[in-house]
Design a protein around this ligand. Structure first.
Ligand SMILES: Cc1cc2nc3c(=O)[nH]c(=O)nc-3n(C[C@H](O)[C@H](O)[C@H](O)COP(=O)(O)OP(=O)(O)OC[C@H]3O[C@@H](n4cnc5c(N)ncnc54)[C@H](O)[C@@H]3O)c2cc1C
Length: 364
């Protein structure tokens, strides 16, 4: 956890001065570029945004620190390196603006359990199988074709306390503090983990109300439009609630909820007990405006199997190596267009080991 006085000055993840103070030259027998991707540079993200994901959002948040600015990729390219698979990227759609930011436009990603109802900006429920936490890039593609940059989760207190996890080490003091006692608290009580409750209270994307009509009025006020109709949302929510009346629902989100609860771990700390969303004993009702946030760069500097950076002629540039996200997690795009969630660090470590060994062997 971060221990910091409110308002205290800190510089982690923020851009440093860009005023040139002079030139310097440093020479080495081998240079390994391991500077990360481009997610902190929204102009570069928009420039490389793939057509298959629709148009780039006008408004998005940053899921990575400002140093992930892609600058070293441009510098390497100027030195003759070949950048490939630039249009491969991995961004999330469940971004909330951090009320206590570390870096500019700092987004926290909600890692959602399966029970929240997901609506587009106009109040239309997202189609299956685009349920919370199911298909990151599929949902991004769908939402980019709705004509709006944001979407909504609608849930209640019983769901938020079980199902909202927040991405980022400082958001999970129980896990990073290795405290089983704290982790066990996720299974009991009415409250969500403290960082989630703090977002519910301070986060500008959260609307918390007792009735659906008040909730929808709050959502429209937050969005600054009148796109949502309380009667339409009520129809959708009641239709979903009815699906819990029998054990063999035909709503595939409800089926997924039942299925997830067959696993004891998920039943205890990850998936809320099925209940009617409009039952006041599970309230208050909560709506969360979800923004797109940048995160991973799946393309980058092309290398051979020894992590040597290749030039435009396909030959290694003498002394230059690349590893990690700067090399698309290895080679210039180890994952292809998609990836298994949470499997990125493996490519960083693996390509880093290869680059380190190859560079050491070359200069020995
Ligand atoms: C909140 C969050 C959660 C994540 N969760 C997961 C997860 O659960 N599983 C997973 O697999 N991945 C996850 N990732 C992705 C993963 O953390 C990154 O892909 C990985 O850290 C990239 O490692 P890297 O060493 O290639 O680059 P980085 O970690 O970005 O490091 C690059 C380094 O280079 C430095 N640098 C950059 N430019 C320059 C320059 N010009 N001069 C000098 N230094 C420079 C930077 O300061 C930085 O120290 C997450 C990322 C974030 C932000």
């Amino acid at each position: 956890p971060r221990h910091r006085r409110p308002g205290a000055c800190r510089a982690r993840g923020k851009p440093s001065s860009r005023a040139a103070a002079g030139d310097f030259e440093q020479r080495a027998q081998a240079v390994i570029v391991a500077s990360g991707g481009i997610g902190g540079n929204q102009a570069l993200v928009r420039q490389n945004w793939p057509a298959r994901l629709g148009t780039p959002p006008a408004h998005m948040l940053c899921g990575v620190p400002a140093h992930v600015d892609g600058r070293m990729l441009g510098i390497s390219e100027t030195a003759g390196a070949r950048l490939i698979n630039r249009d491969r990227m991995w961004h999330y759609v469940e971004g909330i603006e951090n009320w206590d930011p570390i870096w500019p436009m700092h987004a926290i990603r909600i890692l959602p359990g399966p029970s929240s109802l997901w609506f587009d900006a106009t109040g239309k429920r997202l189609p299956g199988p685009l349920w919370p936490g199911f298909d990151t890039l599929g949902t991004l593609e769908y939402l980019r074709h709705t004509g709006h940059d944001y979407s909504w989760f609608v849930l209640d207190q019983s769901i938020i306390r079980r199902e909202f996890a927040l991405s980022g080490s400082e958001q999970n003091p129980d896990l990073t503090g290795k405290s089983w006692r704290q982790v066990a608290k996720r299974a009991i009580g009415k409250h969500a983990p403290a960082p989630v409750e703090a977002f519910k209270q301070h986060g500008r994307d959260f609307v918390v109300r007792d009735t659906l009509e008040e909730l929808v009025a709050g959502m429209n006020a937050l969005a600054g439009n009148a796109l949502l109709d309380a009667a339409q949302l009520r129809r959708e929510i009641e239709a979903r609630d009815r699906q819990f009346d029998n054990p063999y629902s035909k709503d595939s989100q409800v089926m997924a909820i039942h299925n997830a609860r067959r696993y004891r771990g998920d039943r205890l700390v990850r998936v809320a007990k099925p209940h009617r969303l409009l039952d006041p004993s599970h309230g208050p009702l909560i709506a969360v405006r979800l923004n797109i946030l940048t995160r991973k760069t799946l393309g980058g500097l092309e290398t051979d199997l020894q992590a040597r950076v290749l030039g435009h002629d396909g030959q290694p540039l003498p002394g230059l190596y690349a590893a990690g996200e700067a090399a698309g997690f290895g080679g210039g795009g180890l994952h292809g267009y998609r990836s298994l969630e949470g499997s990125f660090l493996g490519g960083c470590l693996f390509s880093g080991r290869i680059a380190g060994r190859a560079a050491a062997a070359a200069v020995a």
